[in-house]
Write a protein that binds this ligand. Structure first.
Ligand code: DGY
Length: 323
């Protein structure tokens, strides 16, 4: 049996590349940068690929999917998020789409916890202070942050990542609140308090951690109105998708002092950043590191390949089908 041709839009971890090369005739992207929709469609058509292994940032638009050759039997994304893929267009072509849930929950929750700690304790400002050679010595009121113990953490989107974060934050003595489409069963909520309104939720918490998917329905969820509902001195952290935050409104709330600080791992239109972020001091910025651990990226790659194998090697339905 000839190996099925597989378009790999990015460079993946070595173990994942090796497994892919063992089982597929891989069609690599020489550059490790996101491919445009036209580039994906062209590469897929040239090689007549059977599957596409893509990642966040690759523009799997309706036009790109419409232009894919009939040979494509599956699109597997190396991500939990699927906002870069037009799922309706894939469904219209009858092409299943799969993602990599669960395996990145702990790593992403760790980055959310890191941002909560870094913002509460002003780690970013402290680091920049030292690197700028401005430190003249310890002082009783220097770079004072706030203690997390006893503070209320509000988790927006209490899925698997949110639940992992709740577990970690309880270890820091935080009280957990959450806003979700529906309340969780007690075993999953772990004592966290459910809120059924934005007003009640945002007005009750000290730290907001955002874990909602991107897309039209959640665009600019955190806008000026909802920011105003947060208590003065609150902290905002986002490790979900950048499109869920109105950047100008967040910047204004940081600048006015309404917010104590914010921590962002994801950005609308990344890798470009909203200009005001570059000069905002009470803001910690990370380059989309949520799932970036060796263990997690290997697991994501193997899970994506498990899905490809199901369809292309065994003719089965893939385990992580999202569309
Ligand atoms: C995900 O898996 O969705 C991460 O944000 C990486 O894209």
């Amino acid at each position: 049996m000839p190996k099925p041709p597989l378009l790999m839009t990015r460079h993946f971890p070595p173990a994942v590349e090796a497994r892919a090369a063992r089982d597929y005739a891989t069609v690599p992207n020489a550059a490790d940068t996101p491919m445009s929709g036209a580039e994906i469609a062209r590469a897929a058509a040239q090689a007549g690929v059977a599957g596409i292994l893509c990642a966040a940032g690759d523009a799997m638009t309706a036009e790109a999917i419409a232009a894919l050759p009939d040979s494509v039997q599956i699109i597997a994304t190396f991500s939990a998020g699927t906002d870069h893929i037009d799922l309706k267009a894939a469904a219209a072509r009858g092409i299943p789409v799969t993602n990599t849930p669960d395996v990145l929950s702990v790593a992403t929750a760790e980055i959310a916890m890191l941002l909560i700690l870094a913002t509460a304790r002003r780690a970013g400002e402290g680091e920049r202070f030292l690197r700028a050679r401005q430190w003249t010595g310890w002082a009783p009121t220097q770079l004072m942050g706030v203690t997390l113990a006893g503070k209320k953490l509000g988790i927006l989107g209490m899925g698997r990542i949110g639940q992992e974060l709740a577990r970690m934050a309880r270890g820091f003595g935080m009280e957990i609140h959450y806003r979700n489409r529906h309340p969780l069963p007690d075993a999953e909520a772990g004592g966290a308090r459910y809120h059924d309104s934005d007003e009640g939720f945002l007005g009750a918490i000290d730290v907001l951690s955002m874990h909602i998917p991107g897309g039209a329905a959640t665009r600019h969820w955190l806008d000026a109105r909802r920011l105003a509902l947060l208590r003065p001195g609150s902290i905002v952290v986002n490790t979900g998708r950048g499109s869920t935050v109105d950047d100008a409104a967040l910047c204004a709330a940081l600048g006015s002092g309404h917010l104590r600080a914010a921590g962002l791992d994801v950005f609308d239109g990344e890798p470009q950043l909203f200009e005001g972020y570059h000069t905002t001091q009470n803001l910690v910025l990370l380059p989309h590191l949520g799932s970036a651990t060796v263990e997690t990226r290997d697991a994501m790659g193997h899970l994506a390949l498990d899905n490809l194998d199901a369809v292309l090697l065994r003719g089965e339905s893939p385990p992580n089908r999202v569309g």
